[in-house]
Design a binder for this molecule. Structure first.
Ligand SMILES: [Zn+2]
Length: 251
């Protein structure tokens, strides 16, 4: 069997039998990959402390096309995110991002931009917890990378550019915004201000090194919280466990 090497983030990890572990990685070169780490509960030499949730690691694994689980050979820690293990809010932010990627990306389809976005956002949460902005930024970039970018710059119906006005309306199934006149007599719309739309649009457009400059006001957070997670779950077709937990701890 050929051996492959890549860098990865650990999305899920669970014990398998007495000494093995099954791990799902999001890798830079192969996308999502699940594998078995034989003897991981005993072999500190091959896996050390690297097999931990959210860890940024170098891995090598053996696989054949016919195998659904790869065989993990080595795992070496590049970067850990200690705050994500100490603080429940940071942990739930990390879990949400990991669950989104795990549930919504296909096995072995690489997406480098999404991989780098994940690392960047985990680092930001690790260094400054409690910034809910990071969840909205991640969702937006995730949607853009997955081809589900919402329409935030013009009205879905009359195509008018959204430039003036205190309030517009987001339609989740249609994935975009309508202007006040097109919103008349329509149901299931979420109010959203121009400032929030601009922030979300920037979250999707800025280069990765500039995203920490974005600052969501409490209004922008309130409005975008009612839209983005629901839009993501609409495309997924089910509820995310981590999101339910996030709502619980916020309540
Ligand atoms: Zn319109």
């Amino acid at each position: 069997m050929p051996e492959y090497r890549t860098t990865a983030v650990i999305l899920t990890i669970r014990d398998y039998g007495d000494i093995d572990r099954i791990v799902t990685f999001y890798t830079s070169d192969f996308g999502k990959v699940s594998g078995i780490a034989k003897g991981a509960k005993k072999s500190l030499k091959r896996f050390g402390a690297a097999l931990d949730l959210f860890s940024h690691v170098d891995i090598s694994f053996f696989t054949k096309e016919t195998l659904s689980l790869v065989r993990i050979n080595h795992c070496h820690l590049k970067q850990s995110f200690p705050s994500l293990h100490k603080d429940i809010t940071s942990m739930s932010y990390g879990s949400y991002m990991a669950e989104l990627i795990n549930e919504m990306t296909a096995e072995r389809v690489a997406h480098r931009e999404l991989f780098h976005t994940l690392i960047k956002l985990l680092s930001l949460i690790d260094s400054s917890p409690f910034k809910e902005d990071y969840l909205r930024i991640f969702e937006m970039r995730f949607l853009v990378a997955s081809g589900f970018r919402p329409t935030l710059t013009h009205c879905l119906d009359c195509k008018q550019k959204l430039e003036k006005g205190p309030r517009f309306w987001f339609n989740i199934p249609r994935g975009g915004v309508v202007c006040p006149s097109c919103a008349l007599n329509k149901n299931n719309l979420h109010p959203v201000s121009l400032g929030t739309l601009k922030l979300l649009e920037q979250a999707g457009n800025l280069t990765l090194d500039k995203i920490e400059r974005l600052n969501f006001s409490s209004q922008a957070l309130e409005e975008s919280r009612e839209i983005m997670p629901h839009f993501v779950q609409y495309h997924l077709g089910k509820e995310l466990k981590s999101l339910k937990f996030l709502e619980k701890i916020r309540g």
